[in-house]
Write a protein of this length. Structure first.
Length: 72
């Protein structure tokens, strides 16, 4: 399958996603762990991706809001 779009275009179509790095979008509901020192996000499926140091605080807020919304 081939797909051509910018990350900005994808974010407009899927606002639940979070741009954690200029090259990556993640679904915050699939985040297992955020490693602040190595600037990595670990996902529930075992994969990982980079997170910009400027986005670490933002993703932590989003994760916390999602957990509150689900009653965790």
């Amino acid at each position: 399958m081939e797909f051509t779009a910018t990350l900005g275009d994808i974010l407009k179509q899927e606002p639940r996603l979070f741009q954690c790095h200029r090259s990556f979008l993640v679904n915050p509901l699939n985040i297992f762990k955020v490693d602040r020192s190595n600037k990595l996000i670990y996902l529930k499926n075992g994969s990982n991706c980079l997170i910009s140091r400027n986005k670490i605080k933002d993703i932590m807020v989003v994760i916390e809001e999602n957990q509150r919304g689900r009653g965790i």
